[in-house]
Design a binder for this molecule. Structure first.
Ligand code: 3H9
Length: 675
């Protein structure tokens, strides 16, 4: 047999092996190979049982996503899984790595499942805006009950093998080192026994569990179509026979796979992986070893940054100027870990292990032997230059020097050192231990291996990293600026903070610009002179309306931080409207979209044209992972494509924006930013 599927015999057991790197996706060739191997096993009287397993790093990690939207080659996965289950000889799935999506469906269609302890099973389809399309929503509740099936399908979180065993989703745990042999022994024991078929079981209805699940996840599911479709499929499994349920599931799958949300989420899946590829740097470049990290500054940012490395087992030396600040910083890191442990997501041992890797010190010279030093001090060019000059004199040759600046010129910072090739930006987003995004800022002189090392390190600390070029605000904050400017102008012309925020939240953002300002602190970057009032922000700051922390900002807050519109803010806005003499009009929600979101697309296109982002999809990754842009809209550039670039350009021109040449050109040619 040629192709990704091979077979071999072990006595009366036929072992079917897939080898389709990197993740054994169930491509047409894999499906065809499995189909003919199973047929061969069924007709051959000397075969009494079959084992399906995979070579390489994982059991089938799902359908081949690149085949979606194209005509499906036979056999389609739903047919294949039903054929596996219908076989009249026991078929055992032998699972390692991650049995995901279609891979999990193949496993559940087998009569038995055996998995190594490190294996995971899951249905991540919901993250691609889909439901499982090959019986997953029908077999999972029949085997493991409604509650677990909901968790797995509508949330998409994979479960470890032990939990799968307890839930009845698998039948045995195998030895990590002898999966095939264990599967064969298992097969020998079940030969001749009645075949258990998941589709023939019944799933008990549990309306209370379904309602509780919906309620508990309402926030997480807001705006997404796929979670509710998954819930509906699982509920269906409790109401109708398998054949009917699977038809319902198929309809849901087809509807979703043709829709914009799934296209957006699939775009993000590939965008995230593409983002790690660096233009002009060979993929096999030798990386610099990073065994010890230094962090300068034990404030909120420095502490959060340190936690990423500590959690990944990398020692961190954290430096502060005063003992009190150092103690406070280290104390907050411990408190954060303990809070996570209290939620059961870390063991006390893991907390101690992470803390034991932290060396707090006042001695700058302690950074000398670090492989990477990240500066997280006050956002001021002179301060940063001073820090880098000092670092240059201390740190060993070959160490990477990074700045966590959000806006400043990395080239200017690098120029104060004698090793600009070792300098780059590592822009973490707050809270740095939680937010997934890392903008890695490539200076003019940053060496390829330095960039590649930091991009690889980002993956190790579980960040999604994007390469950005040097410009004010890099990718994310640079695009945020026109949005903020326009939001303020809209206030002057008649909109309210509540209306602008509502439009953004309805669009799918976690919060609007004014809610964000209240959360971050209205006083951030304020000149601190209450007598100098040049704009509304100054007026708010002068009255100590600094946001949630002072219980007053753009909104008033009660003791539980619930916001309500502020009459005082309305007065201040009114004063400024009069002062500026801005013409008033009734601002519509659509105008807010056109004036705050379209300019972001315009700025994104300029960033792309200037080469400050490597590709449009990188911009989308920044906004999804750094600012909570709704995944079902695929990021600003994908969204612009779905809106239509002509419409975006017309909207921008209507409001008098200076449209960048790339956006204009693409609109004129009927092109898109994303594929
Ligand atoms: C489904 O199954 C629908 C069915 O219910 C119904 C059908 C009718 N297809 O992530 P990595 C590529 S929907 C094609 O960096 P890791 C990926 O693009 C599917 N390609 O590795 C990358 O390519 P490149 C449900 C895929 O070790 C390379 O493999 N399943 C697929 O960090 C390495 O990937 C999922 O959603 C795929 N399914 O993580 C699982 N998967 O090297 C999606 C990966 O060119 N996959 N590639 O950039 C994952 O979550 C992770 O890849 C996995 C490994 C955890 C498996």
């Amino acid at each position: 047999m040629t192709g990704p599927i091979t077979t071999h015999r072990h006595g009366s057991i036929l072992v079917i092996v897939s080898d389709n790197p990197p993740v054994n996706a169930l491509s047409a060739a894999v499906r065809q190979g499995i189909e003919s191997a199973v047929k061969e096993g069924v007709v051959d009287d000397t075969v009494h049982a079959m084992v399906i397993r995979c070579d390489g790093r994982t059991f089938f990690a799902g359908a081949d996503i690149t085949e979606f939207g194209k005509p499906m080659a036979e056999p389609a996965l739903p047919m294949l899984v039903d054929m596996i289950e219908a076989a009249d000889k026991p078929i055992i799935a032998a699972i390692h790595g991650t049995a995901l999506g279609g891979g999990c469906e193949v496993a559940l269609a087998c009569h038995y499942r055996i998995a190594v302890p490190s294996a995971k099973l899951g249905f991540p389809e919901v993250r691609l805006g889909l439901v499982p399309g090959a019986g997953g929503t029908q077999r999972a509740p029949r085997l493991a009950g409604v509650s677990l099936a909901l968790e797995m399908t509508a949330k998409g979180d994979p479960i470890p093998a032990r939990r799968a065993l307890d839930a009845g989703l698998i039948d045995q745990i195998a030895d990590e080192e002898s999966l095939e042999a264990d599967a064969i022994s298992f097969a020998q024991k079940v030969i001749g026994k009645p075949l258990p078929r998941a589709s023939q079981k019944t799933a008990a209805a549990d309306p209370a569990a379904v309602e509780a699940f919906r309620k508990a996840n309402a926030r997480r599911f807001r705006g997404f179509e796929a979670p509710e479709a998954n819930i509906a499929c699982v509920v269906k499994a409790t109401e109708v026979p398998y054949e009917e349920g699977v038809q319902f599931e198929r309809q849901q799958f087809m509807k979703l796979v043709m829709g914009v949300q799934s296209a957006a989420q699939r775009h993000i899946f590939f965008a995230e992986r593409k983002a790690s590829k660096i233009d002009g740097v060979p993929e096999d470049i030798t990386l610099r070893p990073i065994n010890k990290v230094g962090v300068i500054g034990a404030g909120t940012m420095g502490g959060g940054i340190s936690m990423n490395f500590l959690s990944s087992g990398i020692p961190v030396t954290i430096v502060e100027m005063a003992q009190e600040a150092l103690d406070r910083g280290a104390g907050i890191i411990r408190k954060n870990y303990e809070a996570t442990a209290a939620k059961g997501r870390l063991t006390p041992d893991q907390v101690e292990k992470a803390m034991s890797l932290l060396t707090p010190t006042l001695d700058f010279n302690a950074l000398a032997d670090c492989d990477l030093v990240i500066e997280a001090v006050y956002e001021n060019m002179d301060v940063k230059k001073e820090v880098f000059t000092r670092l240059d004199g201390i740190v060993k040759p070959g160490a990477i020097l990074a700045s966590n600046t959000s806006y400043l010129d990395i080239n200017e910072i690098a120029a104060v050192t004698k090793r600009p090739q070792d300098v780059l930006g590592m822009h973490f987003f707050s809270p740095a231990n939680v937010m997934k995004l890392l903008e890695v800022v490539r200076g003019d002189k940053t060496a390829g291996d330095v960039l590649a090392t930091v991009m690889a390190l980002a993956k190790k600390i579980r960040k999604v990293a994007v390469v950005a070029g040097v410009c004010y605000g890099f990718i994310g904050n640079r695009m945020l600026m026109p949005r903020q400017v326009e939001a303020m102008k809209l206030l002057m012309e008649g909109a309210t903070p509540e209306q602008i925020d509502r439009v953004h939240v309805e669009f799918g953002m976690p919060m609007g610009p004014f809610q964000m300002s209240d959360l971050a602190g209205v006083d951030i970057g304020w000149h601190r002179d209450p007598t100098r009032i040049e704009n509304i922000r100054d007026a708010l700051a002068a009255e100590k309306r600094w946001g949630q922390k002072t219980k007053a900002g753009w909104y008033d807050y009660d003791d539980k931080r619930n916001p309500s519109p502020s009459p005082r803010v309305a007065e201040i806005i009114d004063e400024f409207r009069k002062r500026t003499g801005a013409a008033q009009h009734a601002v519509t929600d659509q105008e807010i979209v056109e004036r705050t979101l379209y300019p972001m697309v315009n700025e994104g296109a300029k960033i792309l044209a200037e080469g400050k982002a490597q590709r449009a999809s990188d911009i989308d990754v920044v906004w999804i992972y750094g600012y909570g842009w709704p995944a079902y809209r695929g990021g600003p550039m994908f969204w612009a494509d779905t809106e239509g670039l002509k419409k975006i350009v017309a909207g921008l021109e209507k409001h008098g924006f200076d449209v960048g040449p790339l956006l204009k050109e693409k609109a004129e040619k009927g092109e898109r930013f994303t594929s």
